[in-house]
Design a protein around this ligand. Structure first.
Ligand code: NDP
Ligand code: 2IT
Length: 449
Protein backbone atom coordinates (compact mmCIF):
# COMPACT_ATOMS: atom_id res chain seq x y z
CA UNK A 1 0.00 0.00 0.00
CA UNK A 2 1.29 3.48 -0.82
CA UNK A 3 2.55 5.39 2.16
CA UNK A 4 1.54 8.73 3.58
CA UNK A 5 3.98 11.60 3.11
CA UNK A 6 5.79 12.45 6.36
CA UNK A 7 4.30 15.95 6.39
CA UNK A 8 0.80 14.48 6.19
CA UNK A 9 1.20 11.64 8.69
CA UNK A 10 0.48 13.94 11.67
CA UNK A 11 -2.71 15.12 9.93
CA UNK A 12 -3.90 11.53 9.61
CA UNK A 13 -2.84 10.72 13.19
CA UNK A 14 -4.94 13.62 14.46
CA UNK A 15 -7.97 12.55 12.36
CA UNK A 16 -7.70 9.02 13.79
CA UNK A 17 -7.37 10.35 17.34
CA UNK A 18 -10.27 12.77 17.36
CA UNK A 19 -12.68 10.60 15.33
CA UNK A 20 -12.16 7.37 17.24
CA UNK A 21 -13.95 4.28 15.97
CA UNK A 22 -15.10 5.82 12.68
CA UNK A 23 -13.45 3.21 10.44
CA UNK A 24 -15.04 4.25 7.13
CA UNK A 25 -14.16 7.90 7.70
CA UNK A 26 -10.56 6.93 8.49
CA UNK A 27 -10.41 4.86 5.29
CA UNK A 28 -11.68 7.73 3.12
CA UNK A 29 -9.30 10.30 4.65
CA UNK A 30 -6.31 7.96 4.44
CA UNK A 31 -6.88 7.36 0.73
CA UNK A 32 -7.02 11.06 -0.07
CA UNK A 33 -3.98 11.90 2.09
CA UNK A 34 -2.00 9.13 0.38
CA UNK A 35 -2.54 10.98 -2.90
CA UNK A 36 -1.70 14.44 -1.57
CA UNK A 37 1.98 13.78 -0.80
CA UNK A 38 2.84 14.56 -4.41
CA UNK A 39 0.88 17.82 -4.27
CA UNK A 40 2.54 19.20 -1.15
CA UNK A 41 5.94 18.20 -2.54
CA UNK A 42 5.25 20.31 -5.65
CA UNK A 43 3.22 23.10 -3.97
CA UNK A 44 4.24 23.32 -0.28
CA UNK A 45 1.87 26.29 0.19
CA UNK A 46 -1.11 23.89 0.07
CA UNK A 47 0.14 22.45 3.36
CA UNK A 48 0.18 25.90 5.00
CA UNK A 49 -2.53 27.61 7.09
CA UNK A 50 -3.68 24.16 8.29
CA UNK A 51 -5.56 23.90 5.00
CA UNK A 52 -5.51 20.11 4.84
CA UNK A 53 -6.38 19.84 8.54
CA UNK A 54 -9.37 22.11 7.94
CA UNK A 55 -10.56 20.00 4.97
CA UNK A 56 -10.61 16.96 7.26
CA UNK A 57 -12.78 18.69 9.90
CA UNK A 58 -16.50 19.14 9.04
CA UNK A 59 -17.75 22.72 9.20
CA UNK A 60 -20.83 21.52 11.09
CA UNK A 61 -22.22 18.16 12.30
CA UNK A 62 -25.89 17.87 13.21
CA UNK A 63 -27.37 14.89 15.07
CA UNK A 64 -31.04 14.84 16.01
CA UNK A 65 -33.88 12.70 17.34
CA UNK A 66 -36.54 11.53 14.87
CA UNK A 67 -39.68 10.36 16.72
CA UNK A 68 -42.55 8.93 14.65
CA UNK A 69 -45.58 6.66 15.05
CA UNK A 70 -45.75 3.32 13.19
CA UNK A 71 -48.87 1.64 11.79
CA UNK A 72 -49.39 -0.24 15.05
CA UNK A 73 -49.54 3.05 16.98
CA UNK A 74 -46.13 2.49 18.58
CA UNK A 75 -43.70 5.38 18.96
CA UNK A 76 -40.41 4.72 17.14
CA UNK A 77 -37.19 6.66 17.66
CA UNK A 78 -34.50 7.00 15.02
CA UNK A 79 -31.41 9.14 14.80
CA UNK A 80 -30.94 11.73 12.06
CA UNK A 81 -27.63 13.14 10.78
CA UNK A 82 -26.47 15.93 8.51
CA UNK A 83 -22.76 16.62 8.14
CA UNK A 84 -22.12 19.97 6.45
CA UNK A 85 -18.54 19.27 5.50
CA UNK A 86 -17.22 22.00 3.25
CA UNK A 87 -18.85 25.05 1.63
CA UNK A 88 -15.84 26.64 -0.08
CA UNK A 89 -17.27 26.03 -3.57
CA UNK A 90 -21.00 26.44 -2.92
CA UNK A 91 -23.88 25.36 -0.70
CA UNK A 92 -23.43 21.97 0.97
CA UNK A 93 -24.63 19.31 -1.48
CA UNK A 94 -25.03 15.58 -1.05
CA UNK A 95 -27.53 12.81 -0.54
CA UNK A 96 -29.49 11.41 2.38
CA UNK A 97 -29.22 7.70 3.21
CA UNK A 98 -31.82 5.66 5.10
CA UNK A 99 -30.28 2.35 6.18
CA UNK A 100 -29.94 0.64 9.58
CA UNK A 101 -26.12 0.78 9.28
CA UNK A 102 -26.04 4.61 9.16
CA UNK A 103 -23.97 6.25 11.92
CA UNK A 104 -21.90 9.40 12.23
CA UNK A 105 -18.72 7.77 10.85
CA UNK A 106 -20.53 6.59 7.70
CA UNK A 107 -22.10 10.01 7.11
CA UNK A 108 -18.68 11.65 7.60
CA UNK A 109 -16.97 9.32 5.11
CA UNK A 110 -19.70 10.05 2.57
CA UNK A 111 -19.55 13.80 3.22
CA UNK A 112 -15.76 13.81 2.91
CA UNK A 113 -15.86 11.97 -0.43
CA UNK A 114 -18.56 14.35 -1.60
CA UNK A 115 -16.28 17.42 -1.22
CA UNK A 116 -13.83 16.15 -3.84
CA UNK A 117 -16.50 14.59 -6.06
CA UNK A 118 -18.45 17.82 -6.22
CA UNK A 119 -15.26 19.78 -6.92
CA UNK A 120 -14.51 17.44 -9.86
CA UNK A 121 -17.87 18.23 -11.47
CA UNK A 122 -16.72 21.84 -11.93
CA UNK A 123 -20.10 23.00 -10.58
CA UNK A 124 -20.59 25.50 -7.69
CA UNK A 125 -21.43 22.96 -4.97
CA UNK A 126 -19.84 22.24 -1.58
CA UNK A 127 -19.87 18.85 0.15
CA UNK A 128 -22.28 17.38 2.69
CA UNK A 129 -24.19 14.20 3.46
CA UNK A 130 -27.00 13.09 5.73
CA UNK A 131 -29.10 10.16 6.73
CA UNK A 132 -30.77 8.09 9.38
CA UNK A 133 -30.53 4.60 10.87
CA UNK A 134 -34.20 4.16 9.85
CA UNK A 135 -34.77 0.84 8.03
CA UNK A 136 -37.32 1.32 5.23
CA UNK A 137 -37.52 -2.44 4.51
CA UNK A 138 -41.05 -3.75 5.10
CA UNK A 139 -42.44 -0.33 6.08
CA UNK A 140 -45.81 0.76 4.62
CA UNK A 141 -46.14 3.83 2.45
CA UNK A 142 -47.82 5.65 5.35
CA UNK A 143 -44.93 4.82 7.67
CA UNK A 144 -42.39 6.02 5.09
CA UNK A 145 -44.30 9.30 4.75
CA UNK A 146 -44.55 9.90 8.50
CA UNK A 147 -40.88 9.11 8.96
CA UNK A 148 -39.85 11.49 6.15
CA UNK A 149 -42.04 14.23 7.64
CA UNK A 150 -40.55 13.73 11.10
CA UNK A 151 -37.02 13.72 9.69
CA UNK A 152 -37.61 16.95 7.72
CA UNK A 153 -39.34 18.65 10.67
CA UNK A 154 -35.93 18.94 12.33
CA UNK A 155 -33.67 19.05 9.27
CA UNK A 156 -35.52 21.94 7.56
CA UNK A 157 -34.00 24.56 9.87
CA UNK A 158 -30.53 23.68 8.51
CA UNK A 159 -31.41 23.70 4.78
CA UNK A 160 -31.97 26.27 2.04
CA UNK A 161 -31.16 26.62 -1.66
CA UNK A 162 -28.13 28.79 -0.74
CA UNK A 163 -27.28 26.82 2.41
CA UNK A 164 -27.60 23.06 2.06
CA UNK A 165 -29.30 21.04 -0.69
CA UNK A 166 -29.85 17.31 -0.01
CA UNK A 167 -30.84 14.58 -2.51
CA UNK A 168 -31.26 10.79 -2.45
CA UNK A 169 -28.87 7.96 -1.64
CA UNK A 170 -29.42 4.38 -0.41
CA UNK A 171 -33.05 3.97 0.71
CA UNK A 172 -34.02 7.47 -0.48
CA UNK A 173 -35.54 7.77 -3.97
CA UNK A 174 -38.25 9.80 -5.66
CA UNK A 175 -40.97 8.83 -3.18
CA UNK A 176 -38.98 9.91 -0.12
CA UNK A 177 -37.76 13.15 -1.75
CA UNK A 178 -41.42 13.99 -2.51
CA UNK A 179 -42.49 13.51 1.11
CA UNK A 180 -39.51 15.52 2.39
CA UNK A 181 -40.09 18.35 -0.09
CA UNK A 182 -43.80 18.44 0.87
CA UNK A 183 -42.94 18.79 4.55
CA UNK A 184 -40.27 21.44 3.85
CA UNK A 185 -42.80 23.45 1.83
CA UNK A 186 -45.45 23.11 4.54
CA UNK A 187 -43.14 24.17 7.38
CA UNK A 188 -41.46 27.09 5.61
CA UNK A 189 -44.43 28.23 3.51
CA UNK A 190 -42.01 28.66 0.60
CA UNK A 191 -42.00 26.91 -2.78
CA UNK A 192 -38.23 26.74 -2.71
CA UNK A 193 -37.68 24.12 -5.42
CA UNK A 194 -33.87 24.39 -5.28
CA UNK A 195 -33.68 23.13 -1.68
CA UNK A 196 -33.77 19.44 -2.68
CA UNK A 197 -32.81 17.60 -5.86
CA UNK A 198 -34.04 14.34 -7.31
CA UNK A 199 -37.56 15.77 -7.27
CA UNK A 200 -40.39 14.42 -9.42
CA UNK A 201 -40.78 16.04 -12.83
CA UNK A 202 -44.20 17.51 -12.00
CA UNK A 203 -42.88 19.58 -9.09
CA UNK A 204 -39.49 20.87 -10.23
CA UNK A 205 -37.33 17.84 -10.90
CA UNK A 206 -34.86 17.54 -13.76
CA UNK A 207 -35.16 15.08 -16.60
CA UNK A 208 -32.33 12.52 -16.52
CA UNK A 209 -31.57 12.98 -12.80
CA UNK A 210 -32.99 9.53 -11.99
CA UNK A 211 -30.77 7.94 -14.63
CA UNK A 212 -27.75 10.22 -14.13
CA UNK A 213 -25.50 8.31 -11.71
CA UNK A 214 -25.70 4.99 -13.57
CA UNK A 215 -25.57 6.60 -17.01
CA UNK A 216 -22.65 8.81 -15.95
CA UNK A 217 -20.73 5.80 -14.64
CA UNK A 218 -21.00 4.03 -17.99
CA UNK A 219 -20.01 7.21 -19.87
CA UNK A 220 -16.90 7.32 -17.67
CA UNK A 221 -16.10 3.66 -18.40
CA UNK A 222 -16.63 4.34 -22.10
CA UNK A 223 -13.99 7.10 -21.90
CA UNK A 224 -11.53 4.80 -20.11
CA UNK A 225 -12.00 2.11 -22.74
CA UNK A 226 -11.55 4.68 -25.50
CA UNK A 227 -8.02 5.46 -24.25
CA UNK A 228 -7.20 1.86 -25.24
CA UNK A 229 -9.16 2.00 -28.48
CA UNK A 230 -11.84 -0.29 -27.00
CA UNK A 231 -15.65 -0.04 -26.59
CA UNK A 232 -18.38 -1.65 -24.49
CA UNK A 233 -19.73 -3.54 -27.46
CA UNK A 234 -19.92 -7.25 -26.70
CA UNK A 235 -18.38 -6.89 -23.22
CA UNK A 236 -19.65 -9.05 -20.34
CA UNK A 237 -20.51 -6.80 -17.42
CA UNK A 238 -21.34 -7.61 -13.79
CA UNK A 239 -23.17 -4.94 -11.76
CA UNK A 240 -23.70 -5.29 -8.01
CA UNK A 241 -26.87 -3.88 -6.43
CA UNK A 242 -30.25 -3.47 -8.09
CA UNK A 243 -31.17 0.02 -6.89
CA UNK A 244 -31.09 3.41 -8.59
CA UNK A 245 -27.42 3.43 -9.61
CA UNK A 246 -27.27 -0.23 -10.65
CA UNK A 247 -30.45 -0.16 -12.75
CA UNK A 248 -29.42 2.79 -14.92
CA UNK A 249 -25.83 1.56 -15.21
CA UNK A 250 -27.26 -1.70 -16.60
CA UNK A 251 -29.56 0.27 -18.91
CA UNK A 252 -26.66 2.24 -20.44
CA UNK A 253 -24.45 -0.86 -20.74
CA UNK A 254 -27.19 -2.46 -22.84
CA UNK A 255 -27.56 0.72 -24.92
CA UNK A 256 -23.81 0.58 -25.65
CA UNK A 257 -23.98 -3.07 -26.72
CA UNK A 258 -22.62 -4.71 -23.56
CA UNK A 259 -24.27 -7.67 -21.85
CA UNK A 260 -25.09 -7.54 -18.12
CA UNK A 261 -24.54 -11.05 -16.79
CA UNK A 262 -25.51 -10.55 -13.13
CA UNK A 263 -26.82 -8.15 -10.49
CA UNK A 264 -27.55 -8.43 -6.76
CA UNK A 265 -29.32 -7.24 -3.64
CA UNK A 266 -28.20 -7.57 -0.02
CA UNK A 267 -29.41 -11.20 0.14
CA UNK A 268 -27.92 -12.72 -3.03
CA UNK A 269 -27.39 -12.40 -6.76
CA UNK A 270 -28.94 -13.46 -10.06
CA UNK A 271 -27.07 -14.66 -13.13
CA UNK A 272 -28.92 -14.49 -16.44
CA UNK A 273 -27.26 -16.08 -19.45
CA UNK A 274 -29.51 -14.04 -21.77
CA UNK A 275 -28.58 -10.73 -20.17
CA UNK A 276 -30.43 -9.18 -17.20
CA UNK A 277 -34.02 -8.13 -18.04
CA UNK A 278 -34.17 -4.56 -16.75
CA UNK A 279 -37.92 -4.11 -17.01
CA UNK A 280 -38.29 -7.11 -14.75
CA UNK A 281 -35.76 -5.75 -12.24
CA UNK A 282 -37.63 -2.42 -12.10
CA UNK A 283 -40.94 -4.27 -11.66
CA UNK A 284 -39.54 -6.36 -8.78
CA UNK A 285 -37.67 -3.56 -6.99
CA UNK A 286 -39.70 -0.40 -7.66
CA UNK A 287 -43.28 -1.64 -8.16
CA UNK A 288 -43.60 -4.84 -6.14
CA UNK A 289 -40.82 -3.80 -3.73
CA UNK A 290 -39.81 -7.46 -3.46
CA UNK A 291 -36.50 -9.33 -3.29
CA UNK A 292 -34.31 -10.27 -6.25
CA UNK A 293 -34.87 -13.96 -5.41
CA UNK A 294 -38.19 -13.59 -7.29
CA UNK A 295 -36.35 -12.96 -10.58
CA UNK A 296 -35.79 -16.53 -11.96
CA UNK A 297 -39.44 -17.54 -11.39
CA UNK A 298 -40.77 -14.44 -13.16
CA UNK A 299 -38.13 -14.57 -15.94
CA UNK A 300 -38.85 -18.17 -16.92
CA UNK A 301 -35.61 -19.54 -18.43
CA UNK A 302 -31.87 -18.91 -18.43
CA UNK A 303 -31.61 -17.33 -14.98
CA UNK A 304 -30.67 -18.61 -11.54
CA UNK A 305 -30.44 -17.01 -8.10
CA UNK A 306 -27.68 -17.63 -5.56
CA UNK A 307 -28.44 -16.84 -1.93
CA UNK A 308 -25.45 -15.29 -0.11
CA UNK A 309 -22.10 -15.80 -1.84
CA UNK A 310 -20.41 -13.05 -3.81
CA UNK A 311 -21.43 -11.70 -7.19
CA UNK A 312 -17.73 -11.13 -8.00
CA UNK A 313 -17.40 -14.89 -8.63
CA UNK A 314 -19.26 -14.35 -11.91
CA UNK A 315 -16.70 -14.05 -14.76
CA UNK A 316 -16.78 -10.69 -16.59
CA UNK A 317 -14.75 -8.17 -18.60
CA UNK A 318 -16.07 -5.16 -16.67
CA UNK A 319 -17.14 -4.97 -13.01
CA UNK A 320 -19.35 -2.14 -11.74
CA UNK A 321 -19.87 -2.22 -7.96
CA UNK A 322 -23.07 -0.18 -7.41
CA UNK A 323 -24.36 -1.30 -3.97
CA UNK A 324 -22.44 -0.07 -0.92
CA UNK A 325 -19.08 0.60 0.74
CA UNK A 326 -16.48 -2.17 1.07
CA UNK A 327 -18.58 -4.69 -0.87
CA UNK A 328 -15.62 -5.73 -3.07
CA UNK A 329 -12.73 -7.17 -1.05
CA UNK A 330 -9.16 -8.17 -1.85
CA UNK A 331 -10.33 -11.77 -2.23
CA UNK A 332 -12.99 -10.66 -4.72
CA UNK A 333 -10.41 -8.60 -6.61
CA UNK A 334 -8.17 -11.67 -6.89
CA UNK A 335 -11.08 -13.68 -8.32
CA UNK A 336 -11.97 -10.93 -10.80
CA UNK A 337 -8.36 -10.60 -11.94
CA UNK A 338 -8.10 -14.40 -12.32
CA UNK A 339 -11.22 -14.28 -14.51
CA UNK A 340 -9.66 -11.61 -16.74
CA UNK A 341 -11.48 -8.42 -15.70
CA UNK A 342 -10.07 -5.38 -17.54
CA UNK A 343 -12.04 -2.43 -16.11
CA UNK A 344 -13.58 -1.73 -12.69
CA UNK A 345 -15.79 1.37 -12.31
CA UNK A 346 -17.21 2.33 -8.93
CA UNK A 347 -20.89 3.38 -9.04
CA UNK A 348 -21.19 3.16 -5.27
CA UNK A 349 -19.18 5.27 -2.82
CA UNK A 350 -15.96 3.47 -1.76
CA UNK A 351 -17.21 -0.04 -2.67
CA UNK A 352 -13.70 -1.47 -3.10
CA UNK A 353 -11.55 -2.08 -0.03
CA UNK A 354 -8.03 -0.55 -0.13
CA UNK A 355 -6.38 -3.93 -0.77
CA UNK A 356 -8.77 -4.55 -3.68
CA UNK A 357 -7.85 -1.18 -5.22
CA UNK A 358 -4.18 -1.94 -4.86
CA UNK A 359 -4.59 -5.35 -6.49
CA UNK A 360 -6.38 -3.81 -9.48
CA UNK A 361 -3.73 -1.13 -9.88
CA UNK A 362 -0.79 -3.51 -9.64
CA UNK A 363 -2.35 -6.02 -12.06
CA UNK A 364 -3.03 -3.65 -14.93
CA UNK A 365 -6.81 -3.39 -14.37
CA UNK A 366 -8.15 0.08 -15.22
CA UNK A 367 -9.79 1.35 -12.04
CA UNK A 368 -12.18 4.33 -11.70
CA UNK A 369 -12.82 5.54 -8.13
CA UNK A 370 -16.39 6.43 -7.15
CA UNK A 371 -15.70 10.09 -6.51
CA UNK A 372 -14.98 10.49 -10.23
CA UNK A 373 -17.04 7.72 -11.83
CA UNK A 374 -20.31 8.25 -9.92
CA UNK A 375 -20.20 12.08 -10.00
CA UNK A 376 -22.84 12.21 -12.75
CA UNK A 377 -25.63 12.02 -10.17
CA UNK A 378 -24.61 15.06 -8.19
CA UNK A 379 -23.60 16.91 -11.37
CA UNK A 380 -27.13 16.46 -12.69
CA UNK A 381 -28.45 17.58 -9.30
CA UNK A 382 -26.52 20.82 -9.91
CA UNK A 383 -28.21 21.03 -13.33
CA UNK A 384 -31.53 20.60 -11.53
CA UNK A 385 -30.62 23.53 -9.21
CA UNK A 386 -29.72 25.56 -12.30
CA UNK A 387 -33.12 24.83 -13.90
CA UNK A 388 -34.92 25.67 -10.65
CA UNK A 389 -33.05 28.97 -10.29
CA UNK A 390 -33.97 30.01 -13.84
CA UNK A 391 -37.50 28.52 -13.62
CA UNK A 392 -36.67 26.49 -16.69
CA UNK A 393 -37.03 22.84 -17.66
CA UNK A 394 -34.73 21.21 -20.17
CA UNK A 395 -35.38 18.26 -22.48
CA UNK A 396 -34.05 14.81 -21.65
CA UNK A 397 -31.62 14.95 -24.56
CA UNK A 398 -30.17 18.31 -23.60
CA UNK A 399 -29.72 17.24 -19.97
CA UNK A 400 -28.18 13.90 -20.88
CA UNK A 401 -25.84 15.63 -23.30
CA UNK A 402 -24.66 17.97 -20.54
CA UNK A 403 -24.14 14.91 -18.31
CA UNK A 404 -22.06 13.17 -21.00
CA UNK A 405 -19.92 16.31 -21.45
CA UNK A 406 -19.35 16.61 -17.70
CA UNK A 407 -18.30 12.94 -17.43
CA UNK A 408 -15.88 13.37 -20.31
CA UNK A 409 -14.41 16.44 -18.68
CA UNK A 410 -14.03 14.67 -15.30
CA UNK A 411 -12.37 11.73 -17.04
CA UNK A 412 -9.96 13.95 -18.96
CA UNK A 413 -9.17 16.05 -15.89
CA UNK A 414 -8.37 12.94 -13.79
CA UNK A 415 -6.25 11.44 -16.58
CA UNK A 416 -4.36 14.69 -17.23
CA UNK A 417 -3.76 15.25 -13.50
CA UNK A 418 -2.41 11.70 -13.12
CA UNK A 419 -0.03 12.39 -16.03
CA UNK A 420 1.05 15.73 -14.53
CA UNK A 421 1.92 13.98 -11.25
CA UNK A 422 3.87 11.19 -12.99
CA UNK A 423 1.28 8.49 -12.41
CA UNK A 424 -0.27 7.88 -15.85
CA UNK A 425 -3.46 5.82 -15.73
CA UNK A 426 -3.87 6.25 -11.97
CA UNK A 427 -7.42 7.63 -11.79
CA UNK A 428 -7.41 7.48 -7.96
CA UNK A 429 -4.50 9.87 -7.74
CA UNK A 430 -5.88 12.02 -10.56
CA UNK A 431 -9.32 12.35 -8.94
CA UNK A 432 -8.03 13.05 -5.44
CA UNK A 433 -5.53 15.67 -6.60
CA UNK A 434 -7.78 17.42 -9.14
CA UNK A 435 -10.66 17.58 -6.63
CA UNK A 436 -8.40 18.74 -3.82
CA UNK A 437 -6.71 21.49 -5.82
CA UNK A 438 -10.04 23.12 -6.74
CA UNK A 439 -11.26 23.13 -3.12
CA UNK A 440 -7.87 24.22 -1.80
CA UNK A 441 -7.70 27.18 -4.21
CA UNK A 442 -11.11 28.38 -3.04
CA UNK A 443 -10.28 27.87 0.64
CA UNK A 444 -7.03 29.80 0.28
CA UNK A 445 -8.88 32.74 -1.27
CA UNK A 446 -11.48 32.78 1.49
CA UNK A 447 -8.99 33.08 4.35
CA UNK A 448 -8.94 31.14 7.60
CA UNK A 449 -12.62 30.34 8.15
P1 NDP B 1 -30.61 2.17 -3.60
O1 NDP B 1 -31.19 2.18 -2.24
O2 NDP B 1 -31.47 2.55 -4.75
O3 NDP B 1 -30.02 0.72 -3.92
C1 NDP B 1 -29.02 0.16 -3.12
C2 NDP B 1 -28.71 -1.23 -3.62
O4 NDP B 1 -27.58 -1.73 -2.93
C3 NDP B 1 -29.83 -2.23 -3.35
O5 NDP B 1 -29.81 -3.23 -4.34
C4 NDP B 1 -29.44 -2.77 -2.00
O6 NDP B 1 -29.98 -4.07 -1.73
C5 NDP B 1 -27.94 -2.83 -2.09
N1 NDP B 1 -27.33 -2.63 -0.76
C6 NDP B 1 -27.52 -1.59 0.07
N2 NDP B 1 -26.86 -1.76 1.22
C7 NDP B 1 -26.26 -2.94 1.11
C8 NDP B 1 -25.43 -3.68 1.98
N3 NDP B 1 -25.09 -3.24 3.20
N4 NDP B 1 -24.95 -4.87 1.53
C9 NDP B 1 -25.30 -5.33 0.28
N5 NDP B 1 -26.10 -4.68 -0.58
C10 NDP B 1 -26.56 -3.51 -0.17
O7 NDP B 1 -29.33 3.10 -3.52
P2 NDP B 1 -28.50 3.81 -4.70
O8 NDP B 1 -28.54 2.96 -5.92
O9 NDP B 1 -28.94 5.20 -4.78
O10 NDP B 1 -27.03 3.82 -4.09
C11 NDP B 1 -26.08 2.77 -4.31
C12 NDP B 1 -24.68 3.30 -4.07
O11 NDP B 1 -24.42 4.38 -4.97
C13 NDP B 1 -24.41 3.87 -2.67
O12 NDP B 1 -23.06 3.62 -2.34
C14 NDP B 1 -24.61 5.36 -2.86
O13 NDP B 1 -23.93 6.10 -1.89
C15 NDP B 1 -24.00 5.54 -4.24
N6 NDP B 1 -24.38 6.72 -5.00
C16 NDP B 1 -25.69 7.03 -5.23
C17 NDP B 1 -26.02 8.14 -5.99
C18 NDP B 1 -27.42 8.48 -6.33
O14 NDP B 1 -27.62 9.44 -7.10
N7 NDP B 1 -28.43 7.76 -5.86
C19 NDP B 1 -24.97 9.03 -6.52
C20 NDP B 1 -23.62 8.58 -6.29
C21 NDP B 1 -23.37 7.47 -5.53
P3 NDP B 1 -31.30 -4.23 -0.82
O15 NDP B 1 -32.44 -3.82 -1.71
O16 NDP B 1 -31.28 -5.66 -0.45
O17 NDP B 1 -31.13 -3.31 0.35
O1 2IT C 1 -23.27 10.16 -3.43
C1 2IT C 1 -23.83 11.00 -4.16
O2 2IT C 1 -23.19 11.69 -4.95
C2 2IT C 1 -25.30 11.12 -4.08
N1 2IT C 1 -25.91 10.37 -3.33
C3 2IT C 1 -26.01 12.16 -4.89
C4 2IT C 1 -25.89 13.52 -4.25
C5 2IT C 1 -26.71 14.60 -4.88
O3 2IT C 1 -26.77 15.66 -4.23
O4 2IT C 1 -27.29 14.44 -5.95
Amino acid sequence: MSKIDEKLQPVLDEVLRRNAGEAEFHQAVREVLESLGRVVAKHPDYASHALIERICEPERQIIFRVPWVDDAGQVQINRGFRVQFNSALGPYKGGIRFHPSVNLGIVKFLGFEQIFKNALTGMPIGGGKGGSDFNPRGRSDGEIMRFCQAFMTELQRHLGEYTDVPAGDIGVGGREIGYMFGQYKRLTNRYEAGVLTGKGLVYGGSRARTEATGFGLVYFVQQMLATKGATLDGKRVVVSGSGNVAVYAMDKVHQFGGKVMACSDSNGYVVDENGIDLDLIKEIKEVRRERLSEYPRLRGTGAHYIEGGTIWDVPCDIALPCATQNELTGKDATTLIGNGVSVVGEGANMPSTPDAVELFQTNGVMFAPGKAANAGGVATSALEMQQNASRDSWTFDKTEQRLAEIMRSIHDNCAATADEYSAPGNYVLGANIAGFVRVAEAMRSLGVI
